[in-house]
Design a protein around this ligand. Sequence first.
Ligand SMILES: NC(=O)c1ccc[n+]([C@@H]2O[C@H](COP(=O)([O-])OP(=O)(O)OC[C@H]3O[C@@H](n4cnc5c(N)ncnc54)[C@H](OP(=O)(O)O)[C@@H]3O)[C@@H](O)[C@H]2O)c1
Length: 186
Amino acid sequence: MISVIADGRWGRRIVDFWRERVQNQVITWGARTPAFAAELANDMQNVRVATYADAIGAHSVIVVAIPIQDLLPWARAHAASLKGKVIVDMSFPLTNECLTLYGWHTSGTEQLQKTLPASRVVGMKGPFLRALAGGWHGDRGSIYVTSDDDDAKTQALKLLCGSDDQLIDAGKLEENRAIDRISSMG
Ligand SMILES: NC(=O)c1ccc[n+]([C@@H]2O[C@H](COP(=O)([O-])OP(=O)(O)OC[C@H]3O[C@@H](n4cnc5c(N)ncnc54)[C@H](OP(=O)(O)O)[C@@H]3O)[C@@H](O)[C@H]2O)c1
């Protein structure tokens, strides 16, 4: 199934997002301090807490929820074990600083793919997902799925195929430049 990396505010919401959708499968939740994450996951039936290294090893699809400025160094450090994996980036720039971190001619998701050339990065985003930042769990909406690797994108789309979400194949990673900006306004 999938591993989710990091147990910060966004990581917790991402785990909830996936728990609602894959109720019969186990999610591995990788944390820098597994004991703390284990407390958070105490009443979660289908979540197993692990170290980052164990979580990466557990599944072929890895969802990352580390702030972008820390994510790229983290990805560099774990590049060997992330080789061949599908890396799902659901992060959004939350501030003007994040939006301009890499200038207007790229996106964090593209930078993640450049940092991990032997992995296959998939962007999974949209205003509906961005609303989760405020703890919103209302009606489902559009999720824009992007990748430079068609097979990785198909795998990511399949993960959500039983859900009520409106899944949109939004093309290549480059589209995240627009998707991030539109989502940030949502
Ligand atoms: N907060 C939201 O609701 C929200 C909404 C939309 C998007 N996002 C995006 O999600 C990302 C994470 O934001 P957040 O709010 O969850 O931040 P956060 O609460 O500060 O959590 C950051 C998480 O990343 C881990 N981390 C940070 N630096 C690390 C490093 N160098 N190596 C390994 N792990 C590291 C932290 O581990 P430790 O706890 O061990 O330090 C923590 O689990 C950002 O890109 C943000 O734009 C967040």
